[in-house]
Design a protein around this ligand. Structure first.
Ligand SMILES: Nc1nc2c(ncn2[C@@H]2O[C@H](COP(=O)(O)OP(=O)(O)O)[C@@H](O)[C@H]2O)c(=O)[nH]1
Ligand SMILES: [Mg+2]
Ligand SMILES: [Zn+2]
Length: 358
């Protein structure tokens, strides 16, 4: 396997220090408990993380994940596998979300991706708010989003749905496909050029694995039927995995995420709501809340029909959510500090005092 075909470029090359030149670069394609499956110029390898790397990581998000580039050393001269992961290279991009549940922690879903296919079904699964949410997360990751509306064969009001979506998509490419019938797959292939990495995101049952299988040309991933009486669907993909297309591109399948919580900061708002921002800078007051302030350009744009009031509503929703996340992060950092201080106090207390030592 050529490194360039695996997505290697100058950004990664430049990170290699002189003393690391003997190490073998490899890319994580799958992670099992404690094991990393890697693509490298030497073929597929298994990697393990030494305890010192684990200890040095200040958060889980720093540990290697699918799509990451790592530098490896042979554990044994005679045998190339398993290799030891010495270091994870800085990421060109990452798609993160907040860990599911109450934990205030970042989870990096995939690293070093060029494009995210936000997949939605055109059946009852179609939900503009959810798509808007995925768009927001993708844009704040610095990755190009592409919307893929699958199951076009089941949809009778395609145009209405696409039109409604366009008002929140802000120019994002929208592709309507049917993975099952094989319609529209060629358009998708254009995004997976050699060395390019695409990750598929979207709820369970929208057809992500079916799309990847269609692009690969064989049934690489299990696909599942959504049970009619269970809107949650059956979870057939339980892990994230990157695979290589014959044409050279890389594609990442992910399990459906039941809750996709935001992990980003305020700066993402201006990127995802550039349409609102454009008017907001023309408001009379720089701290305008776009309610009933005089000369509010945002409200004027809404009355004039240039801006959809739903966009302002979404903007406010994300704004509130980000504020809430920042508060939780602050609280989390404070709790962490307190824990560290306590630990420190304990080590001081437990230190044998000079007087008592003979
Ligand atoms: N009608 C129709 N069904 C599809 C299409 N693509 C996928 N499916 C079905 O939707 C179900 C879920 O697909 P799957 O690929 O497992 O979804 P995933 O959970 O997103 O990976 C399966 O039963 C597929 O056969 C499509 O284009 N049209
Ligand atoms: Mg799947
Ligand atoms: Zn305003």
């Amino acid at each position: 396997m050529e490194l360039i075909e695996l997505g290697w470029n100058d950004f990664f090359q430049q990170q290699i220090k002189e003393q690391e030149e003997s190490l073998l670069p490899a890319r994580v394609y799958r992670q099992d408990l404690g094991r990393y499956h890697l693509f490298s110029s030497q073929g597929e390898l298994t990697g393990i993380l030494p305890g010192r790397v684990l200890q040095h990581a200040s958060s889980k998000a720093q540990l290697p994940t699918v799509g990451d580039w790592v530098l490896t050393a042979p554990a044994d001269e005679k045998d190339l596998s398993p290799v030891v992961i010495e270091r994870t290279l800085d990421r060109l991009s990452k798609f993160s979300r907040k860990e599911a549940g109450d934990k205030v922690e970042e989870q990096v879903v995939a690293a070093n991706i060029d494009t995210v296919f936000i997949v939605s079904g055109l059946d009852d699964n179609f939900n503009i708010n959810r798509l808007e949410r995925y768009l927001f997360l993708t844009r704040s990751s610095g990755v190009t989003p592409v919307i893929v509306l699958n199951k076009a064969d089941l949809c009778t009001d395609l145009e209405t749905r696409v039109l409604a979506l366009e008002s929140v998509a802000m120019g994002t490419s929208i592709h309507t496909v049917s993975a099952q019938a094989g319609d529209g797959m060629d358009e998708l292939l254009d995004y997976v050029q050699p060395g390019q990495t695409v990750a598929l995101l979207g709820s369970s049952g929208v057809g992500k694995s079916t799309i990847i299988n269609a692009l690969l040309g064989y049934a690489r991933f299990d696909t599942g039927d959504v049970r009619e009486d269970d809107s949650k669907g059956r979870h057939t993909t339980t892990f994230r995995e990157m695979c290589k297309l014959a044409s050279g591109g890389l594609i990442i399948d992910t399990p459906g995420m039941r809750e996709i919580q935001i992990w980003t900061d305020e700066s993402s708002l201006a990127i995802s709501f550039a349409d609102i921002d454009e008017y907001a800078i023309q408001c009379r007051f720089s701290d305008c809340q776009h309610n009933s302030e005089p000369d509010c350009a945002v409200q004027a744009a809404i009355s004039g029909g240039e801006l959809d009031s739903l966009r302002l509503e979404s903007f406010r929703k994300f704004d509130r959510e980000l504020t809430h996340l920042a508060e939780k992060q602050d609280a989390g950092a404070r709790a962490e500090n307190k824990k560290e201080r306590k630990k420190f106090a304990r080590t001081i207390r437990n230190r044998p005092s000079k007087r008592s030592t003979p």
